[in-house]
Design a protein around this ligand. Structure first.
Ligand SMILES: Nc1nc2c(ncn2[C@@H]2O[C@H](COP(=O)(O)OP(=O)(O)O)[C@@H](O)[C@H]2O)c(=O)[nH]1
Ligand SMILES: [Mg+2]
Length: 299
């Protein structure tokens, strides 16, 4: 009988490269929210994939960028912790855009680490002529000794099987770290709050996505219904009416979209109530950061 492989693989990359989309694609469930806004992923999320040949724990991380706020510092700490503690690093880059300043910063992090890394060239569904990838592959090969370079589409799933097979080859023999039906380390109340935040990201612009946090205040399960109360925190009084919208329309839409998705996820009817509150400096408030599940970098 073949040996059972197991280990941890972390996605590293710039905001918007497609890390969370790739995680969801591999796990087959939406456990990490996705949007085209930077800083969508604020915390480290684990997704567990159990196969007959092995168990791979994927670690999604916030996008790599220079830290400013305490929130951002914690986000970067989550990335640095992941780099040091996993078996394989998966550098994911958007293959449709050129190499820029931000890419250099991420690549240098990878180069400094002793952890072996794969390069995933993402969004190839948008590239008709695949030979366009060759100069990019050439460039990255010269920069660093990537163990594998794999073109993928996180959205469509191209390259998924190749990636899984290569990872299984690469991971050490090991135990099952999680039970077979564990898909993620994220508590339900955190996933629920994240889904609400994703709908706010979909429906707002400019500073609102950055200024918003969602905290699940109550989560009670009854026989046929789950009652959920979430607080939406904003930083300024002036942001409150933007989230609520004219006649409460926007908040209502956020609530409907979130409820439908939460019902699908939990397989049960959901009663969802949302409150918008002003909490001026939540991005620097350790307690709020704890509550919304942002671990790491606590000082
Ligand atoms: N066309 C296309 N879009 C993608 C792909 N992967 C991610 N995206 C989009 O890119 C944006 C950022 O994705 P996300 O997973 O949140 O990126 P992250 O910040 O790296 O976690 C979202 O709008 C995704 O739908 C892909 O393979 N193809
Ligand atoms: Mg993300």
């Amino acid at each position: 009988m073949e040996q059972f492989k197991s280990g941890f693989a972390a996605f590293i990359g710039r905001p918007n490269a497609g890390k969370s989309t790739m995680l969801n694609q591999l796990i087959g469930e939406k456990i990490a929210i996705v949007s085209d806004k930077p800083q969508t992923t604020r915390t480290r999320i684990q997704g567990v994939l159990t196969l007959p040949q092995g168990q791979i724990i994927f670690v999604d991380t916030p996008g790599v960028h220079k830290p400013g706020y305490r929130l951002n510092r914690r986000m970067m700490q989550a990335v640095i912790d992941a780099i040091e503690s996993v078996d394989v690093l998966l550098l994911i880059v958007d293959a449709t855009t050129g190499f820029g300043h931000g890419d250099r910063f991420v690549l240098d992090l990878i180069k400094q680490a002793s952890t072996p890394s794969f390069l995933l060239l993402n969004k190839i569904d948008l590239i008709k002529d695949k030979s366009e990838l060759l100069p990019l592959i050439d460039f990255y090969q010269k920069e660093h000794d990537f163990k594998e370079i794999i073109p993928v589409s996180a959205l469509v799933g191209d390259g998924k099987e190749v990636l899984l097979n290569k990872l299984l080859e690469y991971l050490p023999e090991g135990p099952m770290y999680f039970s077979e039906d564990d898909l993620t380390d994220q508590p339900e109340r955190v996933i629920v709050a994240e889904i609400v935040r994703e709908k706010i990201l979909e429906l707002t612009e400019e500073e609102i996505p950055y200024a918003t946090a969602v905290v699940t205040e109550r989560f009670t399960e009854e026989e046929n219904l789950i009652r959920i109360y979430c607080n939406i925190l904003v930083e300024k009084q002036s942001q409150k009416p933007i989230i609520i919208g004219r006649g409460g329309q926007r908040l209502k839409l956020v609530g409907t979209r979130a409820r439908q998705e939460i019902e699908r996820l939990l397989g049960k009817k959901v009663y969802l109530e949302l409150y918008v509150k002003v909490k001026e400096h939540w991005r620097n408030d350790e307690r709020v950061l704890d509550e919304i599940g942002i671990v790491g970098g606590r000082q």
